[in-house]
Design a protein around this ligand. Sequence first.
Ligand SMILES: Nc1ncnc2c1ncn2[C@@H]1O[C@H](COP(=O)(O)OP(=O)(O)OP(=O)(O)O)[C@@H](O)[C@H]1O
Ligand SMILES: [Mg+2]
Length: 362
Amino acid sequence: MTSDQSIWNSLPVPAFIIDQDDRIADVNSSGEGFLNASRKSVIGHPVWDQIAVDAPLEEAFDRARAQGTPLFVNDVDAGSGNRAPLQCALQIAPLVGHPGSMIMIISPRELAGRMTRGNTVKSAAQSAIGMAEMLAHEIKNPLAGITGAAQLLSMNIAPQDLELTDLIVAESRRIVKLLEQVEQFGNLQQPDFKPVNIHDVLDRARRSALLGFGADMAIVEDYDPSLPLAFGDPDQLLQVVLNLLKNASEAAGPQGGTIRLRTYFEHSFRLRRSDGSGHSLPLQIEIIDDGPGLPEKIRSDIFDPFVSGKENGTGLGLALVSKIISDHDGWISVDSVPGRTVFKLSLRRAPAENKKSKEESI
Ligand SMILES: Nc1ncnc2c1ncn2[C@@H]1O[C@H](COP(=O)(O)OP(=O)(O)OP(=O)(O)O)[C@@H](O)[C@H]1O
Ligand SMILES: [Mg+2]
């Protein structure tokens, strides 16, 4: 029943097949997320060009291949050109039935330090979303059939049973809505970077929140007026802030509460890159609410897709936020106790040529 391909792509850990010339012969969906590259673009490429491992591995690897024995390497930093390294365990074994070929599984270790969290989240999100997108596509057609059949049935049944067909139709619609959200996630483009006034983004989000889902909330501004321009995609950043405001409003419930939007400059905040260089993320934006705080049970997983503490939540809001911030080379963190939840975004500053007028006024 279950095809090799579906097993391969369902593996929740990055896995690679390496041929006898040390080239990538195959990679699963999770591996694509790990490399931040598509299967097509890496197949045939030398594996050690694509995966940087901070350990003298090649000799042990060749020995394992020659002797047909497995090789386990714990606690190495593994990454790719496209992403920061993660502390990982590598499991390598000869591929049965394919002499010279090896299978390598990379298990990222339990979040090694705060700075790697964003990347882990991104790859987890990518693989789960990739699979969900595929499913979304496959589910929509039969679902339309089910809905249609229920509507036909409803024409010929006793009135007291109508409730049941209505339920089928209503629940099917709910699934379609969820699937559409998943598809929207998959359609997210790379950011269109330009200098952005973060305060404009916050204002737009604030106004639209107060008109809709945040009508019961007080949203106060606590801005650093000298904050320089950020470098990002204003529409995507608006989506981020709206999602955070929506979550804070939903957490407060109908009795409302207060959200504080705070911005400040922190010169020393840097993100380390895989090649050892770093870049500065000096613009800080905090969205602080006085609601009940993150539910204990899901607090370490809130950035993963489909993790929700709400009955009707899709759990895609924060996964989207985390994807956008990571595409911006930015950083997101959260600190939550009952009565005070802070989502903090750290962003890059716009490059010098784009902020001349700003510099003149300094
Ligand atoms: N400010 C907050 N205060 C308390 N809990 C929060 C806050 N923000 C997020 N959460 C918790 O994190 C969960 C995940 O949030 P996320 O936005 O990813 O999904 P969702 O809000 O449940 O669904 P969706 O955003 O798709 O409607 C929420 O269900 C909620 O339990
Ligand atoms: Mg949400």
